[in-house]
Design a protein around this ligand. Sequence first.
Ligand code: G3H
Ligand code: 13P
Ligand code: ZN
Length: 359
Amino acid sequence: MARITLRQLLDHAAEHGYGVPAFNINNMEQVLAIMAAAEEVDAPVILQASRGARSYAGDVMLEKMVEAAEAMHPTIPICLHQDHGNDEATCFSAIQHGFTSVMMDGSLMADAKTPASYDYNVDITRRVTAMAHQLGVSVEGELGVLGSLETGQGEAEDDHGAEGVLSHDELLTDPDQAVEFVRATKVDALTIAMGTSHGAYKFSRKPDGEILAMHVVKAINERLPGVHLVMHGSSSVPEALQERFNRFGGEMPKTWGVPVEEIQLGIRHGVRKVNIDTDCRLAMAAEIRRIASEKPGEFDPRKFLQPSMDELKKLCRERYEQFGTAGQAATIKVVSLADMAKRYRSGALDPAIAVSRAA
Ligand code: G3H
Ligand code: 13P
Ligand code: ZN
């Protein structure tokens, strides 16, 4: 099965009413586990690599791991996506390494810390989209800054995230501006800010509408029904995983993530791509802790990694089933990058069509 673009996959997801989890990858074990889960339930896959992942594993290693995954799972379409591209160079070099989709995150400046102006965001996103579409590659943009509505802060634990305290205006995507942004940039998918943030510490209590603004998703979907929405920071940080992590020596203060039922609500309102990294990290780390604690004499890395892959596979399988991705792979006929490029040139994929239909 050829590598699929984000645009083709999300068009299929919209047509059939499902969402696709986008799992972050950094190493072979994550790729093997995510793919094994997808194979078990016949789900199409989005593998995404952050800038951190690219410097950790190296572009050649990432590219070859995804090629290996394709060879091992010939019936599963795989989209390889750049997570949070910070500038044009990051997006271009990803495309050179086989990525079929890039996120140009112009909500922040290239330092990935300073909130950017709307004009900067439109300008850089539009330039990346114009280049990527010529090659058939998809582009995800972001409008609004990810961060907590409780604290006004972006995430603290990764390198990527707004610094300082942000206002609710910055932390919630404006639906009217979203229409303007999509029309101006021609992005294939739009990340919106609605109170989610990266990492484990998203909410200090089970989130309600005050701190997880699902009404913003609905409002944007009403104005842009044909546009694919993306939820970042969508780990659920399950209580069972927190307990397991802490039972074996971990120190994670009680925290809440995004409940799966809220993501399912989002999927009913145009969310098609759901970014998940923290849950995958936690599933593996909790299991590694368990082995280390129960078998203090163990020193074969495989004895830590195989069970942690099994835990990750379980988590991924659950999300494929919960988001309706399961069972969809066989129904997709992958369109080549060259044919996607032709479709962009013909204007058939211009989101302005969806925007004007909505107006
Ligand atoms: O964008 C956030 C993801 O969780 C990636 O994190 O930059 O540590 O790889 P990372
Ligand atoms: P989590 O930290 O909630 O897993 O979010 C990951 C993400 O949004 C990557 O872009
Ligand atoms: Zn993100």
